[in-house]
Each structure stands twice: as structure tokens, then as C-alpha cells.
Design a protein around this ligand. Structure first.
Ligand SMILES: Cc1cc2nc3c(=O)[nH]c(=O)nc-3n(C[C@H](O)[C@H](O)[C@H](O)COP(=O)(O)OP(=O)(O)OC[C@H]3O[C@@H](n4cnc5c(N)ncnc54)[C@H](O)[C@@H]3O)c2cc1C
Length: 471
């Protein structure tokens, strides 16, 4: 094929994979639920090479699927059905270009992993505050394109809040260099915002300048046991009131989810049994501060009033990391034990107990053989409502019911002023939600942007935007 020969000539043979077995891991999403063929998987090493690929694909009428670490949970980074697509994997474009300890910024290429950026920041005694279970593989371009959240949004905001500047290759092959590091710049439209959360449909991000923060000097982490999500919310509200932004993590994990996480963490052991758990972290910049003492006092009050049933404060960094590892292992544990129909909803905080009660009633009445797993970022109102197949059965056993389950769960969230996709994005799996819950005006505005920036629909077709009403 002419395109493949041209790509090999431009990038070298090792940067172009065409064999079906070589392509397969890149064509399949993290959960193994979507797999469609790509013509090739391409690994550019420079922004100039990305430009070259885009121009060659445009000339040959071949579509481009930008791909980072392929850890996305909505199949945005793998081909949609329809063929005639290449996967443009950014993993070789991974340099840390600069770290400015005075301006508190880091400039990294799109293929740098989240872990590598966090480590580079830590070496300079700084914090890059996006953090979640897949950070060893997820890349900077991927987290920006999905506006990823994670466990510390509570204090620092989501990825959008961390982006100061971007470099991107447009669908016409031009490079937009918007790698500014300014915190104030009101010179017209803030163009970087267009690409954040666009899931690779409007341009290919090749580098970003990101905000850093001073690394905390002292931290304390605790695991509390509570009766239910209402008690968890009350505990969060009290701690937030007392600690403000020093409360840097507040995760809710129901009992079954936590048991899965513990079972799939090497050496994982729950210090006590409980109907539900709250994972907490307090951070301080002042080395003289004693967050462990504060946490101990607040948890003692919660235990005394009966709000918490049990609580353990980590006695070492290792123990704290162990608690966090068990929380992070929930998704992987779920996948290894048969998978789940997954949801990623957000609701206003006050609506959390009522939403969870409605979901429990839904499952008990309409899907009584299924098992419910609820966990997520409590302080952001973001819960993963995952419905597992009956014990001993695989996800395939829910094939005929999974669409109905998702319609029901998403509708319950939206009816309470919530979102049907809080942090994972739309990809291929949430397109029905876009159609059901976004207004015609919202979809028209998004389509207008897409048509202006990518009139040939070259970039990531079949993702984010549902095709226009077929009726
Ligand atoms: C165990 C586990 C835990 C997770 N926890 C969280 C969590 O707590 N919070 C959260 O928000 N997400 C979470 N995720 C989801 C996922 O890790 C994030 O969505 C992440 O941001 C995806 O990054 P990636 O590099 O793997 O991107 P991919 O999966 O490769 O791609 C995601 C999307 O971004 C696009 N894209 C990738 N790179 C570029 C680029 N350079 N330019 C343009 N478009 C690009 C792709 O086309 C696709 O649409 C989790 C996933 C797993 C597996």
C-alpha cells in the first residue's frame, strides 16, 4: 500500500507495525470489549513526524486514531468499526522538555507517562497532582484529551486545571505552538481549552506545559469504616469543613469493592471489616504541621458520635501506600473477576445518598441476580456504579441486558442534575448517553467546532460525537 511505503520511508521500518499480531494489543481497548482492525500502528518520535503522518494520511484518505497509553475506559483510543484507520501511538514522543522550579511548571511531550511526570516533579520537590491507578501507562496526551480526574481533584482540580499551554498538530498538518507558561493571558479565545477533553477529535496533542505545586511536607492517611454512603458523605463534610483544601483525598469504596481491591493487591489486607470504607488523606506544606494528629482527633470524634464504625491511621508511608493501592486495585480486580457493566456518574454532593439508594432499588428490583460495586471520588460527587454479573458468570451473560442497565443508571444520575460521564469521557461506549442527554444546541456547537477544525473527519472518527439523527 502506498501510504505504508511512504510512512516507512519517512519514519523507518520499526515505527510502522502492520502484522495482525503486532497490531492486536493496540487495536483492543483496556477491558477487551472493543477491537477493530487498523491498517497500521505508527510510532512518531518528533512533532515534525506527527505532521508528516497527518499530511500523508490526509492525502491518502486514511483516518487517524490518536493513542496514548490505551488505558481509557470508553474505547476512545482504539479504532471504531469502519476500517481505513491508522493508530498513531505517541509513546516514543516522551521527553520531559523543561522544568521551571520558579514558575512551577513542567513541559512534557505527549507520550510521557503520568508516572514519569510525577516522578520528574518529585525530584524537584514539586507535586503534579493528577494521580490514579493507571498512571504507569496513561500518558500526558491521553490525560489531557480525556480531561482525566483521579484521586486529588478535590484539592487541585482535574487535568484541565493543570494545563497552562499546549502544542498540537491540526488536521491540516499545521503545528499550533501554544506552549505558554503564563497564568494570566487574556488575548482572545483560550485555544488550549478546545483540545482539552476533545478525545483526539480536534487535533493531536504533542506536548504540554503543566502546572506544578509545592510537594507536601507532611501527610497522613486513614481508612475509616462507615455504615453507608450517607455516613461517608457526612464524614467528608465534617472533615472538609475543618480542613479545607488540606483534605487532599476522600474516596468512597463499598464493602464488596474494597474486598476485590484487597484481594488483588499483593499483600493486601483490610485492617477491619465494614459495610463501606472511606479513604482519607490530609496534607500540609508546613513541615511543623501534624496532619496525623488532626486526623486522629477528627476520627476520634467521628467514632465517638457513631458516624464511623472503625478507623485506622497509617503508621508509615508504606502502610498509607498499601491503603491507596487497595483502592486503586478495585478496577483491575473487577476486570480479573469477570468484569462489570461500568458507569462513571457525577451528581451534586447532597444528592449522593438518594442517588445510591435509587440505584440499589433499581438493581434489587430489575436486576436482582447482579452484584453492585460502588466506589469513587466522594468529594467530587463522582461514583463508579459498576454492575457485576451473577456470581460465577462472565460479563457476556449480561449481553442482552447491559444497554438497559446503562440507560437506567445514567438516567438516574441525569435526573438529579448529574452527569452520565464524569471523568472517563465519551469514546465509543458513551455515545448513546450523548444522544440521550445532550441538547440539540450542545451537539450542534460541538459539530460546528469539529467541522471547522477537521472538515474531512480525519481525526478519531466514530468517537465523542454521535452521528446526526438518523430519523
Ligand atoms: C485501572 C484504571 C484506573 C483509572 N482511573 C481513572 C481515574 O481515577 N480517573 C480518570 O479520569 N480516569 C481513570 N482511568 C481512565 C484512563 O486511565 C484515563 O482516561 C487516561 O486519561 C487515559 O490516558 P491514556 O494515555 O491511556 O489515553 P488513551 O486511552 O490512549 O486515549 C484516551 C483518549 O485520548 C485520545 N488521545 C490520547 N493521546 C492523545 C494525544 N496525544 N492527542 C490527542 N488525543 C489523544 C485518544 O484518541 C482517546 O480518545 C483509569 C483507567 C484504568 C485502566
Amino acid at each position: 500500500m502506498q501510504l505504508i511505503n511512504a510512512l516507512r520511508a519517512a519514519l523507518g521500518d520499526s515505527a510502522v507495525l502492520t502484522g495482525p499480531e503486532d497490531r492486536a494489543p493496540f487495536e483492543r481497548d483496556w477491558r477487551g470489549l472493543a477491537q477493530n482492525p487498523a491498517v497500521a500502528v505508527i510510532f512518531p518520535q518528533t512533532t515534525a513526524q506527527v505532521t508528516e503522518i497527518v499530511k500523508l494520511c490526509a492525502d491518502n484518505g486514511v483516518k487517524i486514531v490518536p493513542q496514548g497509553g490505551n488505558t481509557g475506559l470508553v474505547a476512545g483510543g482504539v479504532p471504531a468499526p469502519g476500517g481505513n484507520q491508522i493508530i498513531l501511538n505517541l509513546r516514543r514522543l516522551h521527553q520531559i522538555r523543561a522544568l521551571d522550579p520558579v514558575g512551577d511548571t513542567i513541559t512534557a511531550e505527549a507520550g510521557a507517562t503520568l508516572h514519569a511526570v510525577r516522578e520528574a516533579a518529585a525530584r524537584a520537590n514539586k507535586l503534579f497532582p493528577i494521580s490514579f491507578g493507571a498512571e504507569g501507562s496513561a500518558q500526558i496526551g491521553g490525560i489531557i484529551s480525556t480531561n482525566a480526574g483521579g484521586m486529588q481533584v478535590l484539592s487541585y482540580g482535574s487535568t484541565r486545571a493543570q494545563v497552562l499551554g499546549l502544542e498540537a498538530v491540526l488536521a491540516d498538518g499545521r503545528i499550533w505552538n501554544g506552549l505558554g507558561a503564563l497564568r494570566k493571558d487574556n488575548t482572545g479565545l483560550d485555544l488550549k481549552q478546545i483540545f482539552i477533553g476533545a478525545e483526539g477529535t480536534l487535533g493531536i496533542i504533542t506536548a504540554a506545559t503543566l502546572r506544578l505545586y509545592p510537594a507536601p511536607s507532611a501527610q497522613a492517611c486513614a481508612l475509616a469504616g462507615v455504615a453507608d454512603v450517607a455516613a461517608a458523605l457526612e464524614l467528608f463534610t465534617r472533615l472538609r469543613h475543618q480542613c479545607g483544601p488540606a483534605l487532599t483525598l476522600c474516596e468512597f469504596i463499598d464493602g464488596p469493592a474494597m474486598q476485590l481491591g484487597a484481594a488483588h493487591t499483593p499483600g493486601g489486607r483490610l485492617p477491619f471489616g465494614a459495610p463501606a470504607y472511606v479513604l482519607l488523606e490530609l496534607s500540609a506544606l508546613d513541615a511543623a504541621a501534624t496532619p496525623a494528629a488532626t486526623l486522629e482527633r477528627l476520627l476520634a470524634e467521628a467514632l465517638e458520635s457513631g458516624l464511623a464504625q472503625n478507623a485506622v491511621i497509617a503508621q508509615s508511608t508504606r502502610e498509607a501506600q498499601g491503603f491507596i493501592a487497595m483502592r486503586e486495585a478495585v478496577s483491575e480486580g473487577e476486570l480479573r473477576e469477570g468484569g462489570a457493566v461500568k458507569h462513571d456518574i457525577a451528581v451534586p454532593l447532597a444528592a449522593i445518598p438518594e442517588t445510591v439508594a435509587a440505584i440499589e432499588t433499581l438493581v434489587a428490583t430489575k436486576y436482582p441476580d447482579c452484584r453492585l460495586n460502588i466506589f469513587g471520588h466522594l468529594g467530587d460527587g463522582n461514583l463508579h456504579i459498576n454492575i457485576r454479573p451473577p456470581a460465577g458468570q462472565t460479563l457476556a451473560s449480561l449481553a442482552t441486558r447491559k444497554t438497559a442497565i446503562t440507560i437506567d443508571v445514567e438516567a438516574l444520575a441525569v435526573a438529579r442534575g448529574g452527569s452520565f460521564s464524569a471523568e472517563h469521557g465519551i469514546g465509543q461506549f458513551r455515545l448513546a448517553g450523548m444522544r440521550a442527554h445532550k441538547s440539540a444546541v450542545e451537539l450542534d456547537l460541538m459539530r460546528a467546532l469539529k467541522a471547522a477544525l477537521d472538515p474531512q473527519n480525519l481525526l478519531n472518527p466514530g468517537k465523542l460525537l454521535p452521528v446526526k439523527d438518523l430519523s
